[in-house]
Design a protein around this ligand. Structure first.
Ligand SMILES: Nc1nc2c(c(=O)[nH]1)N[C@H]1C(S)=C(S)[C@@H](COP(=O)(O)OP(=O)(O)OC[C@H]3O[C@@H](n4cnc5c(=O)[nH]c(N)nc54)[C@H](O)[C@@H]3O)O[C@H]1N2
Ligand SMILES: Nc1nc2c(c(=O)[nH]1)N[C@H]1C(S)=C(S)[C@@H](COP(=O)(O)OP(=O)(O)OC[C@H]3O[C@@H](n4cnc5c(=O)[nH]c(N)nc54)[C@H](O)[C@@H]3O)O[C@H]1N2
Ligand code: SF4
Ligand SMILES: [Mo]
Length: 727
């Protein structure tokens, strides 16, 4: 700390201002922050320059936390829906008593499965929410536990579960000399899976790695912020990742660029896989994926010729059709090139507060154990549990479908189904059908408007939390435990407390990793977090006493010798058939799928820097960046429609129609529309698209085009027609 900082701190103290350390949870990137607090309220926030890994980074969203705290639209008292449709403020105790009574009645007449939870993005930021919610459901005997993960990138864990996992883990991003980024824009989203660009100050980390000489291959339909710095940019036709990645696997095996020794020792089914992708020649890939053949071949060789560094994906490719197969090919590529931490090497991503990651890391394959096809089943479309939870794409049907097991009550914690779930009109019908909808939210989002009770959540500055979610994504042995730094601005509740309060009233139990919670006297948050994270390398008690983020420098995990003869599964059940299915699709002369030929464009998903899904749209500084989710298109497309940027277009897919505000950008090829999701409001308020945007989920039907394992609708690469419209 500089002397001038000390002096200004002393002035502040005289004014009753205290500076406290915490971390931002407006998004999942958890940037370390300093907050100036006066009379229990935040008056200024900034990135914490003392933090050992974030070094003072913050973004526009996090810098709104002061306004977020007492935004005029913030809900600060529990609200109950009255018979005339208006909301009335009631005390929290009354709300909880009434909800628990209703839940008890619903369980008595319909059984426990009729009680469902949907944990949205903000449940992930409240570090006890997911564990307590899951345990609550176990406690009352209800399988109906749903989260946003199953409409996000479930294909990653699912593909891994049927492929097998390397016990030694992987090497760090900072060691990589090559990386292949497939549909992931970390500079904007602050997201990448382990091995990808770190969430921590991503622009700098990415640039540093390039400066070190690493080679970057980027595959995206849009010239993204990440793609601009790539050495090879393959501007893929949306949805053609399985073909392109399958073609890469074929080329690498054909040219024998793979790690033969590693393959011989650890792989089952490599020959079958090679045969299955045999038709994915560079010519076929170039035609179908719309990329230059030579560039494709050069990029493939550049990736294969590196030593350390992985291929990774974000949401785009997983949301297009065949997302699980795309993830399978990513695993295959990384594995045939032996891109793992081997015996004697340092395994990155130490995950210091995650109990599941505390065992030794060994140079061996942890056998496949498919995380689907077992456990509880849905009553619709042949779906069932995946990766330990029920698939959100089926939840609206579970609410609407009459009969035994029908979902009658929904707790929506930090999520916004009306704009985020695929098939908006069905989602609206489902919310209307419920006997009880409880939303834990901070503002009157689209979904809370339909709720019977809205319980005001605490925002991050009012909460004690630990970096549980980001733990497995830190390359470094880093963690942060924060106490609440501001007083609650109302009669508020945390997600975990809600579940404890209802379980307490119902007389059910909440059992976490470290044992049962006390159900008579409410435990502290530290008690709950400790019970959930019991058995981790670092105890939360130890971490709690440290102010700010902490690096555990002495933690270094070296890969131990392996044993056994388990192998990776190159062709798990269904893979060869799925590859054949894709290969048998008819193409037009210019390489597009025949099926899409009646549509002018493919609509792809994207993120916007200034908002987090449907959060942030209410903030003054953010609104200056835009109040809609523009329909970005190539300038020639905009011209061909006879319109200009700022004009309104109608976007019509097979299953629905929305309005969008056209915005020309050379970042896209003709024939592609790029649009963020989670904008707009209730379908009854299609209102002014320039002021509120619109929900791309209106274009989707969950029962028409869906993945047979995850149930996910096609949330990217959606065929649409675009035409100008006068309003
Ligand atoms: N078509 C299409 N659909 C998609 C996607 C896509 O790319 N395309 N993306 C998918 C993905 S990846 C995801 S994760 C989901 C997101 O799905 P959701 O999580 O359901 O949607 P969000 O908009 O993030 O909802 C967040 C809600 O939490 C509220 N909130 C904000 N701060 C707090 C807080 O501190 N506490 C509490 N309790 N609530 C708070 C907000 O007001 C908002 O109502 O959408 C999915 N849907
Ligand atoms: N600022 C901000 N940050 C966010 C969010 C936000 O709304 N705003 N949302 C958060 C959430 S919920 C999540 S899950 C993460 C997601 O994090 P990312 O996955 O990095 O999100 P995006 O920025 O949408 O990047 C996805 C990329 O996929 C590309 N894409 C779309 N379709 C295809 C396709 O068919 N093939 C290929 N190869 N690429 C395709 C898009 O052009 C886009 O560049 O971001 C999180 N971070
Ligand atoms: S990236 Fe922005 S919103 Fe996310 S944690 Fe950091 S400051 Fe907060
Ligand atoms: Mo997400």
């Amino acid at each position: 700390m500089a002397l001038s900082d000390v002096a200004s701190r002393e002035d502040q103290a005289a004014d009753g201002i205290e500076t406290k350390k915490t971390y931002c949870r407006f998004c999942h990137a958890y940037c370390a922050m300093e907050v100036d607090v006066k009379d229990g309220k935040p008056i200024a926030v900034r990135g914490d320059r003392d933090d050992p890994i974030y070094n003072g980074y913050s973004c526009i969203k996090g810098r709104q936390l002061v306004e977020h705290y007492d935004h005029p639209g913030r809900i600060t008292q529990p609200l109950k829906k009255m018979p005339d449709g208006t909301f009335k403020e009631i005390p929290m105790e009354q709300a909880l008593d009434e909800i628990a009574k209703k839940v008890d009645g619903i369980i008595r007449s319909n059984g426990p499965r009729s009680i469902a939870s949907y944990c949205g993005t903000y449940s992930f930021q409240e570090s006890a929410a997911l564990n307590v919610c899951r345990a609550f459901h176990k406690g009352i005997g209800s399988d109906s536990f749903y989260t946003s993960v199953t409409i996000d990138q479930p294909g990653k864990a699912l593909a891994q579960s049927r492929f097998g996992t390397w016990g030694g883990g992987i090497r760090g991003f900072d060691e990589s000399d090559v990386m292949m980024i497939v549909g992931c824009n970390t500079v904007v989203s602050q997201y990448a899976p382990p091995g990808g660009i770190p969430w921590v100050n991503p622009s700098r980390r990415y640039q540093d790695t390039i400066n070190r000489g690493a080679t970057v291959i980027c595959i995206d339909p849009r010239l993204t912020e990440v793609a601009r710095k790539a050495h090879y940019f393959l501007q893929i036709r949306p949805g053609e990742d399985p073909t392109l990645l399958g073609g890469m696997v074929r080329l690498i095996l054909e040219e024998e660029l793979h790690d033969k020794e590693f393959c011989d020792q650890y792989m089952d089914g490599l020959d079958e896989l090679k045969a299955a992708v045999g038709d994915f020649t560079p010519d076929y890939v170039a035609k179908r994926a719309g990329v230059d053949k030579d560039l494709f071949m050069e990029a493939t060789r550049a990736f294969a010729n590196g030593n350390v560094g992985r291929a990774f994906t974000g949401t785009g490719p997983d949301m297009a059709a065949h997302g699980n197969l795309t993830e399978h090919f990513i695993l295959v590529l990384n594995t045939i090139l032996g891109r793992y931490a081997k015996e004697g090497e340092v395994s990155a991503y130490p995950a210091v507060i995650s109990p599941m990651m505390n065992g030794p890391r060994k140079a061996q394959v942890i056998p496949a154990n498919p995380a689907f096809g077992k456990g509880p089943r849905n009553r619709v479309r042949g779906l069932g549990e995946i990766i330990g939870e029920m698939p959100t794409a089926a939840l609206a049907d579970e609410i609407l479908e009459p009969g035994e097991g029908q979902v009658k009550a929904l707790f929506c914690a930090g999520g916004n189904p009306i704009v985020a779930w695929p098939d908006q009109l069905k989602t609206k019908r489902a919310m209307d059908e419920l006997d009880l909808l409880v939303c834990i939210d901070v503002k009157m989002s689209a979904t809370p408007k339909l709720a019977d009770y809205i319980l005001p959540g605490k925002i991050c500055l009012e909460r004690e939390d630990a970096t549980v979610l980001s733990d497995i994504f830190y390359e470094e042995p880093y963690s942060h435990y924060t106490k609440a730094v501001c007083e609650p601005n109302g009669d508020l509740i945390e997600e975990w407390e809600f579940y404890w309060e209802i379980a307490h009233r119902l007389g059910s139990e909440i059992k976490l990793q470290g044992g049962n919670l006390d159900m008579d006297v409410k435990p502290s948050k530290l008690d709950v977090l400790e019970a959930a994270q019991k058995g981790a390398r670092v105890s939360l008690e130890e971490l709690r006493d440290h102010e700010g983020g902490k690096l555990f420098e002495d933690v270094e995990i070296v890969v131990e010798p392996g044993s056994g003869d388990a192998k990776f599964q190159m062709v798990p059940e269904g893979i060869v058939e799925e590859i054949r299915e894709i290969r048998s699709e008819q193409l037009t002369d210019d390489g597009r799928r025949q099926e899409d030929k009646d549509y002018s464009h493919l609509l792809v998903s994207r993120r916007l820097k200034h908002v987090y899904n449907s959060s942030g749209q209410e903030h003054t500084a953010i609104q200056k960046k835009g109040t809609t989710n523009p329909a970005y298109m190539n300038p020639d497309d905009v011209k061909a429609l006879g319109i200009a940027s700022g004009d309104i277009v109608q976007i019509t897919g097979k299953h629905g129609q929305i309005l969008g505000v056209a915005e020309a950008t050379p970042e896209l090829q003709p024939g592609v529309v790029s649009m963020a999701h989670a904008w707009g409001d209730l379908p009854s308020n299609d209102g002014n698209v320039r002021e509120i945007g619109s929900s791309t989920n209106r274009l989707l039907a969950t029962d028409k085009e869906f993945d047979p394992i995850t149930g996910m609708a096609r949330q990217s690469a959606i065929p649409v027609n675009v035409r100008p419209i006068q309003l």
